[in-house]
Write a protein that binds this ligand. Structure first.
Ligand SMILES: N=c1c2ncn([C@@H]3O[C@H](COP(=O)(O)OP(=O)(O)OP(=O)(O)O)[C@@H](O)[C@H]3O)c2ncn1[C@@H]1O[C@H](COP(=O)(O)O)[C@@H](O)[C@H]1O
Length: 106
């Protein structure tokens, strides 16, 4: 896994024991999955708006916020980024149409 993702995933695990008063992530965990998902939705909307405004730095910043909140979501669900990377790796060998056909059989 990419070093930054690995370090962040480890930090997000450690934050499950942290005081919500001293940590943004611990505060999000304490609020629960619905609040985390609300942040994911807000950050997705902000990313879309940034993609449309044509400012590359703004788009990078908002995408980082979106990725970060999806990592918090995965951690709260007991999952880690490696599992998502493994799924992307599995798809590497398939064309988009093959992937679509495999999904329709599920
Ligand atoms: N990468 C991030 C990161 N990206 C974004 N954010 C926070 O996500 C929030 C983004 O939400 P908004 O843009 O809506 O801003 P906001 O109005 O302040 O957000 P809310 O308080 O309304 O939720 C901001 O508060 C940012 O500070 C992050 N907070 C933490 N991290 C990483 O997580 C680690 C642990 O953080 P703590 O738990 O706070 O120690 C940090 O060391 C960082 O590596």
């Amino acid at each position: 896994m990419n070093d930054v993702l690995q370090r962040l995933a480890e930090l997000l695990e450690q934050r499950k024991q942290a005081d919500p008063q001293s940590s943004y992530v611990a505060k999000l965990y304490a609020k629960g999955m619905d609040s985390i998902l609300k942040k994911v939705g807000e950050e997705a909307t902000e990313t879309i708006l940034a993609a449309k405004d044509g400012d590359a730095q703004h788009l990078i910043y908002e995408t980082a916020d979106l990725w970060f909140h999806t990592l918090v979501m995965l951690a709260h669900a007991g999952l880690n980024p490696q599992q998502v990377l493994d799924e992307l790796a599995r798809r590497e060998g398939l064309s988009g149409l093959e992937e679509k056909a495999a999904r329709s059989k599920e």
